[in-house]
Design a protein around this ligand. Structure first.
Ligand code: ADP
Length: 526
């Protein structure tokens, strides 16, 4: 129990006494104050930003009980163990607790022996449990990983969608505080509506993580890259994410053969082995874990020095959450994404294989495209990420692979005009590869069949390789001059930005590998 009278404590004194920290991080104090004043709150903080303290401190200061709704059993256990170890009475009720223990715990909760009770969203759906909650003095409901409420988030959980209505059945209605690391504007709105928040105060801590250095690496030999990378980070903790269980096993085998010990984690392993591997990684017995995205939610390991993605993830939300597990202690850490265009096809295949409806698929394609754009942009990667999440910040991080590259910003208006014109000539009906082949003047049979070799733009970039032209086209997509339609075979379209270049002669400056000097383009093309 919190032994002194609650009025003797302030949020800061609780922070110092129980957690041993001397000051609050950005927005923590403000969120705590809002909750203590009885306001609902929507709190968006990057992974590692310190969300837990924002509801745990008020839980200790408010009279009555705080219910924490949390999506993962392992997360509940970790948090409750930590709270108990610092002297805060907390308990969790979930399917791992035996029936008889649940009865005992509920009895103890009724007697006021706990300040915090962690439950899963599914538990909230049980009538019996809801009846039980109705008898309790509940002051605050904290909803962790609140983006799970939105169909448009990346971890939709049907039972989250019911929480709002269930909370309404509690009287008096408790304060509700929702927490998430990644919410676009749509998801934030879904959270507010879904949880029926009352004029919530919004807290957006900014998405940037100053201690993380992002890189996109395009290499033909990912395995060798990983070997060298691990060699440079010898003795440091790291997570390697792969797209499939098979990749986890294969990469594990490869690294083992090269004398590098790793543990694995994916949904196809037994729970006991998974837990064992997770614990060994968390307690530093093993330095490297290779995992699918099944690993990580709620893992609080502070000294992860790098997060390497072996393949392209399917959304920016997922990527930033996974990459954000690096450097929770604030120390400099690396987040590397190994890109190959083959991975885009794999992700598209997975979208096609999913049983989703068409509009859902379309949504997934556009999320994937943002990820592809991230890999092609030559702007600051941290800026790209925060902009994606709706934060307008535009200061460069100075440490990502783009900021550190020696690419100079050069005038590529001529190349842009050629590519944009070709898109117009091809009536916006074809994809990147075919456009590059036409510009290159390829003898491809299909081009002849379609009569594309008759276009005035045919062969006007023959001094470049098809790959160079494709990359440049991808860059113009990433930078918003061109856009791709969604679907498995996207076609390239012009955006307003490209029209400004074509019609009004606006210049296009990009950080790009130097291009060979060439003849001016014939004006009749445009
Ligand atoms: P999140 O849930 O936002 O990902 P956590 O709540 O797990 O993050 O916090 C991440 C880490 O930061 C934890 O180890 C936590 O103890 C630590 N932390 C949180 N707030 C502070 C603070 N004010 N000062 C120092 N460390 C903090």
């Amino acid at each position: 129990m919190v032994e002194k009278s609650l009025t003797e404590y302030t949020p800061l004194s609780i922070l110092k006494k129980y957690y041993g920290y001397t000051s609050f991080r950005r927005n923590q104090q403000e969120i705590i104050n809002a909750i203590l004043e009885g306001r609902d709150a929507l709190c968006i903080m990057p992974t590692g930003g310190g969300k837990s303290i924002c509801y745990q401190v008020p839980a200790m200061l408010l009279e009555g009980i705080t219910i924490v709704i949390s999506p993962l059993i392992s997360l509940m256990k970790d948090q409750v163990d930590t709270l108990n170890s610092i002297g805060v009475p907390a308990v969790y009720i979930n399917s791992t607790v035996s029936q008889s223990d649940q009865v005992m715990m509920m009895d103890e909760i009724s007697q006021g022996m706990y300040k915090m009770v962690y439950v899963s969203p599914e538990r909230m759906e049980s009538n019996q449990f809801l009846n039980f909650l109705q008898q309790l003095p509940i002051s605050l409901i904290a909803v962790d990983e609140a983006h799970c409420i939105s169909q448009w988030g990346h971890d939709f959980r049907p039972s989250y969608a019911k929480i709002g209505r269930l909370i309404q059945q509690l009287s008096p209605r408790p304060i509700i505080a929702a927490f998430t690391a990644t919410a676009t504007k749509t998801v934030a709105e879904d959270i507010k509506k879904g949880l029926l928040l009352h004029s919530p105060q919004d807290f957006v801590s900014g998405y940037e993580r100053e201690n993380l250095a992002f890189s996109v690496v395009k290499t033909g030999n990912k395995r060798k890259y990983i070997l060298d990378f691990i060699h440079n980070f010898k003795g440091e903790s790291g997570i390697i994410y792969t797209a499939t269980r098979k990749d986890v096993e294969e990469l594990h085998g490869f690294l083992e053969k090269n004398g590098i010990k790793t543990v694995t984690y994916h949904g196809g392993m037994s729970e006991a082995i998974r837990n064992d591997h997770q614990e060994r990684f968390i307690f530093d017995d093993e330095k490297i874990i290779i995992a699918t995205n099944a690993f990580g939610m709620g893992i609080d390991k502070s000294n992860v020095r790098y997060v390497l993605h072996y393949q392209l993830p399917k959304s920016m939300e997922g990527y930033y959450q996974e990459a954000g597990r690096a450097g929770r202690d604030g120390e400099n850490s690396e987040c590397v994404l190994l890109f190959s265009s083959k991975d885009v096809q794999t992700q598209k295949y997975l979208i096609e294989q999913s049983t989703s409806y068409d509009d859902r698929k379309e949504h997934e394609y556009s999320k994937l495209q943002a990820m592809v754009d991230y890999c092609h942009t030559t702007k600051c990667l941290q800026t790209f990420i925060v902009n994606y999440f709706g934060d307008e910040s535009s200061s460069e991080c100075g440490k990502c692979s783009n900021c550190k590259s020696d690419l100079a910003e050069i005038d590529v208006t001529t190349e842009a005009l050629k590519i944009f014109s070709c898109v117009v000539r091809m009536k916006e009906r074809f994809g990147v590869t075919l456009i590059a082949q036409v510009l290159r003047g390829s003898n491809n049979k299909r081009i002849k069949e379609l009569g594309l070799d008759q276009l005035t733009t045919y062969g006007i970039m023959k001094d470049k390789t098809e790959k160079e032209i494709s990359e440049m086209t991808q860059l113009f997509i990433a930078e918003g001059y061109l856009a791709l339609t969604t679907g498995q075979y996207p076609t390239v379209k012009l955006t307003e930005n490209a029209l400004s270049v074509l019609k009004h002669g606006e210049k296009v400056l990009q950080k790009i590998k130097p291009v060979k000097k060439e003849e001016p383009v014939h004006s009749e093309l445009f």
